[in-house]
Design a protein around this ligand. Sequence first.
Ligand SMILES: [Fe+2]
Ligand SMILES: [Fe+2]
Length: 409
Amino acid sequence: MHKKAKSLGANEILELVFIYLAEVSSLKKPDDILNVLASMGRVLTSADRCSIWLVSDDKKTIWTKVAQGIDKLDMPIDSGIVGAAMSKGQRELIEDAYLDPRFNKDVDKLTGYTTKSMIVIPMYNYDDTIIGAFQVINHKGEIEKFDTQDMERLTLASTYAAETLISTNLAIEMQETQKEVVFTMGSIAESRSKETGNHVKRVAEYSKLLALAYGLDKEEAELLKQASPMHDIGKVAIPDSILNKPGRFDENERFIMDTHADIGYQMIKNSKRPLLKAAAIVAREHHEKWDGTGYPRRLSGEDIHIYGRITAIADVFDTLGSDRVYKKAWDDEKIFQLLIDEREKHFDPKLIDLFFENLDSIKEVRETFKDVYEEKIDLKRDKQITILGAYGTKAKGHATTAFSLIVKM
Ligand SMILES: [Fe+2]
Ligand SMILES: [Fe+2]
């Protein structure tokens, strides 16, 4: 595949393009696709090197996503001929870089390479903003410069590269949006019932941990982690007077409260998205009990979906350990005793065993996502506001911060 395109006729060029694009179509990972497209660009133009540059998220720098023959480079966005081509949105065909005042010699100094000829093609996003650039350096063979035909061939490779980048970015964007929306919906439901700030995050993490210990594969454990914060989504339909009642429920109130499991399921059951399908199961089955005394369907044993059995333990364990409107947090000894007592009654015995086998990791999660209480005084209103917040957890993959306010007069 490393013949020189320069000496090739039109048919052979076409053949090369087909060979490379066939290889591209057999690949799934965007990085592999971009690598092959960079090779295609290099071979089609008889270049010595090819790099694919991308604009960083903060739009301040450009960096080499693919850099054949050199280490990854990072430069200010307006730097060099690549920067100039991107800011003007223009293709560049350069005979001798050192005669061009825009050329950034620092790159050569860094790499110990001597740049002479160059082509740069800007790459566009679907909304016509620039996402990066395709660049080849140094034409090989007797003629040291590229020509306009090379530029056209490189444009072909760069168009494919841009499409790969666009579809990857869109897929990531969609997944992230879905995760954030689902998590936020869960937080809204929990904050209405004055659940502590990080409750849903801890439930998510405990669920993933137990899922992995149970033997579910990584993808499914991750799916449950993202779905479990939705367990109480049905509470959005429960009146405040019941949801936040300090004392015990009477029979009627208990009946209304218990409908939240089925309401949550009805709300999302029609979605075709795997994440929401999982969330629907969790919402419906997180109050079922192993011995068949739970609700809403009085399922028992393994008739209860594993997502429901796992979320049940994660939810109860976390709820008992947090302060609530109607009670203070229990200490560990009391909580662990309850889990043991409820083994084979409320909870799946195998999962209770796994819970205790993994107790160190569970405690670690509890520590990482513990609730942070931040006191603020509102001088104008002369009220003290306590924010139950979820701080410092952004790095853990949750961009959304859940919090609730308690105003003390
Ligand atoms: Fe619930
Ligand atoms: Fe909960």
